[in-house]
Design a binder for this molecule. Structure first.
Ligand code: PEP
Ligand code: MG
Length: 550
């Protein structure tokens, strides 16, 4: 890869999107694994066994206190839900069964405590990592964190930045942190407000890396094994969190095309609002995203993804909890339109607490609209919580992964029935369908007869249209938003929406790519929803094109 002969050459690595956003910066390597050589020896006497157990008890107390401190720090810096992660780790670490196994290794097998910790916890970690249940599988990283913590404490070794102590080490400030996994120690040891991005070797979409990076709004990509050995502190790196790519030594042209530059006032076509006849809205997943959208004067929220709320809470929230969360968003937006998408789980976004069955093809399985119709209890709670907002605002509710008109009809019937059982003003609720499964495009006119608006989910559409996994690096060259077949589909849908006189917008990431706003206008799509930081770029491009047209 980056050998000395071509160290300046650009290299691309495909990972998994943990948090969207694009950033270019220098690398800082952070190591949590400093225990490759674990001391191993047999305890010769009864009294050395006693002493070893005493040493362990002391370390256990210190680590428990440390986890309490981390939890309260995280609670203050990030949130209470995220702090629970560390309290849960303390709980696992003090589990009587686990402690008994550790002590048994010392007393019966006469292993020194480092050896016992390493053996017992690595064993547990491996067992968890191989379980079918995704939730439990991801808990294996908790066990790994506990192992590292106990070993660090016992050996007095400090985990941290690889070049720590050297004069050029800047402790990750204004840099991209590259690590094996995002760990709690990073959360407390770093000035996260000054971290540009995260790249990790491990950690799935529901891992701590994902939860923390999203809560912090930091672009992040995970799932790049060996990256710690490939890059060095100070290497230039670009994270394209929207597509799950990282580039080592990115060339200037790539940086210019991917990293948004805020428009400068002197630019001839710098615009503040959206050009007449167009609308540029924001995609959001958190309250912070909504605030960013407001900050850049977005025309509204074109897609509020409700999944993150549940992923962060790690449990099913009741109607009241959901209602007060959604209400905050509507109130923040002060009358600007807000489109809430009903929970779109499955595929790359499983909800660990739902204990979903392992599927061999999750993208073709229990997800989106199918999940909603198959989970009436959940569907009812969420639609009621959203419907109640209509007593104080106009709201839009969007259904994900609709496959045809019959399914859309079922979704609406269920919604109307549930809403008839709660306080709401139906005249202020609009229902929409996401167009992201090709079969829905072929029934577009029947679907438009049923709904008030449509929204194109091009991320999934491209995946299903070209049979290409949006997260698989082996096939990423075929994930092509320029493909003429895609544009034929978009044109067909736009004509169908115009015929039915129903508004249509696009909320997939491609709308924010350079050159796309113009192409979308050409096929009659005038409403686009993109990440907040891309809003001014899209508006500028629309204005430039409108100027050419005028
Ligand atoms: C899409 O598929 O384009 C979309 C906006 O939804 P998500 O990326 O959340 O699947
Ligand atoms: Mg989608």
């Amino acid at each position: 890869m980056s050998d000395s002969s071509d160290s300046r050459k650009q290299h691309r690595f495909k990972g998994l999107t943990i948090n969207s956003g694009t950033v270019n910066g220098k690398v800082c390597l952070y190591s949590a694994e400093r225990h490759k050589a674990i001391p191993q020896y047999s305890l010769p006497t009864e009294s050395s066994v006693e002493q070893e157990l005493k040493r362990f008890d002391e370390v256990l107390v210190q680590c428990s206190l440390e986890l309490n401190r981390i939890a309260s720090d995280v609670s203050e810096k990030i949130g209470r839900t995220e702090a629970e992660i560390f309290l849960a780790q303390k709980h696992i670490m003090n589990d009587p069964k686990l402690l008994a196994s550790l002590r048994k290794e010392v007393v019966e097998a006469r292993k020194n405590i480092e050896w016992a910790i390493s053996d017992v916890l690595s064993n547990y970690e491996e067992k968890f990592a191989n379980l079918d249940n995704q939730y439990l599988r991801e808990r294996s990283s908790d066990i790994g964190e506990i192992r590292r913590r106990l070993l660090s404490r016992i050996s007095n070794k400090k985990i941290g930045f690889i070049c720590e102590g050297q004069s050029n080490c800047i402790q990750g400030e204004n840099r991209i942190i590259v690590a094996e996994e995002l760990t709690p120690d990073m959360v407390v040891n770093m000035n996260l407000e000054r971290v540009l991005g995260f790249v990790t070797e491990r950690g799935g979409i529901t891992s701590h890396a994902a939860i923390l990076a999203r809560a912090l709004g930091i672009p992040a990509v995970s799932g790049i094994p060996g990256i710690m050995d490939i890059v060095h502190c100070g290497d230039q790196m670009l994270i394209d969190g929207d597509n799950g790519d990282i580039f080592v030594n990115p060339d200037l042209q790539l940086i210019a095309s991917l990293v948004p530059v805020e428009p400068v006032q002197s630019e001839a076509v710098c615009v503040l609002g959206s050009p007449a006849g167009t609308e540029v809205l924001a995609n959001a997943s958190t309250i912070e995203d909504v605030k960013s959208a407001l900050g850049v004067g977005s025309d509204g929220i074109g897609l509020f993804r409700t999944e993150i709320l549940f992923i962060k809470a790690d449990r099913l929230l009741n109607e009241e909890e959901q209602y007060s969360y959604y209400r905050q968003i509507v109130r923040l937006m002060r009358g600007k339109p807000v489109t809430f998408r009903m929970l779109d789980v499955g595929g790359d976004k499983p909800l660990p607490f739902l204990r979903m069955r392992k599927e061999s093809n999750p993208y073709l399985g229990w997800r989106g609209a199918r999940f909603l119709l198959g989970s009436p209890e959940f569907f009812s709670l969420q639609i009621k919580a959203l419907g109640r907002l209509s007593t104080e605002a106009n709201i839009k509710i969007l259904f994900p992964m609709v496959i045809d008109a019959a399914q859309q009809k079922e979704l609406l019937e269920f919604s109307h029935k549930a809403l008839s059982e709660t306080e709401c003003d139906m005249s202020r609720i609009e229902f929409g369908a996401m167009f992201e499964v090709p079969s829905a495009f072929l029934q577009a006119s029947q679907i438009f007869d049923l709904v008030d608006f449509g929204s194109i989910g091009s991320n999934d559409l491209i995946q299903y249209l070209f049979a290409i996994d949006r997260t698989n690096e082996l096939v990423s060259q075929d994930y092509n938003p320029d493909h003429p077949v895609l544009w034929d589909m978009l044109k067909m849908l736009s004509e169908s929406a115009q015929k039915a006189a129903k508004p249509l917008s696009i909320c997939g990431e491609m709308a924010g790519r350079e050159g796309m706003p113009k192409k979308l206008l050409d096929v009659g799509i005038r409403s686009m929803s993109v990440a907040p930081r891309l809003i001014s770029r899209v508006r500028n491009e629309l204005a430039r094109y409108a100027g050419v047209l005028a």
